[in-house]
Design a protein around this ligand. Structure first.
Ligand code: HEC
Length: 152
């Protein structure tokens, strides 16, 4: 609990530093607040995915395992934000969480096969991981952004 709280605080500190650049964008929409913590978490996962792709080409399996574990153990947004997301998705929340669980589990498998230096399994598991990201994005990103940022 304490460590995840520390991570969230660190994330928030990072957010404070980056909001300046996004402010000009959000001010154009009437009711669009600052980016959610979830977005920062997502950006970090995106960076780890890029590192994995680069590391596979170099057969740097330790780097793959390290990044995969960072994805598997990615922090959760603060409770207040999670409540808002739950309120938004209602009955669909189980599906949203299902995609999240699938992402965690697949990232963990990816770390395992990378630790064993099983190159082909790393590549196929990485593809499965990408699909798990994509499925949630396809289903939830649009309504999420419309709700929280007023985008259309
Ligand atoms: C359970 C749902 C879910 C899963 C699983 C998920 N995402 Fe996301 N992701 C979202 C939502 C919702 C947004 C939109 C957030 C926003 O716009 O503030 C998003 C946005 C993003 C963004 C764009 C951030 C930006 O700056 O606009 C990136 C990058 C991203 N996700 C990476 C990933 C990666 C990589 C994975 C898999 C390892 C993943 N996501 C898995 C829900 C998910």
């Amino acid at each position: 609990m304490n460590t995840s709280r520390t991570v969230v605080i660190t994330l928030l500190a990072g957010l404070a530093a980056t909001t300046v650049s996004s402010q000009s964008v959000s001010e154009t929409a009437a009711d669009s607040p600052e980016p959610l913590v979830l977005r920062e978490i997502m950006q970090d996962m995106g960076k780890e995915m890029e590192k994995i792709a680069g590391a596979v080409s170099r057969e740097q399996w330790e780097q793959v395992a390290e990044s995969a574990l960072r994805i598997a153990d990615h922090p959760r947004p603060p409770m207040s934000e999670r409540k808002k997301i739950m309120a938004l998705f209602g009955n669909d929340m189980a599906r949203f969480k299902g995609y999240d669980t699938k992402t965690h589990d697949t990232a963990r498998t990816l770390a395992d096969v990378a630790a064993k230096q099983e190159g082909s399994a790393v590549i196929s598991t990485f593809a499965t991981l990408q699909s798990s990201c994509l499925k949630c994005h396809q289903n939830f990103r649009k309504p999420f952004q419309e709700h929280f940022y007023g985008k259309r």
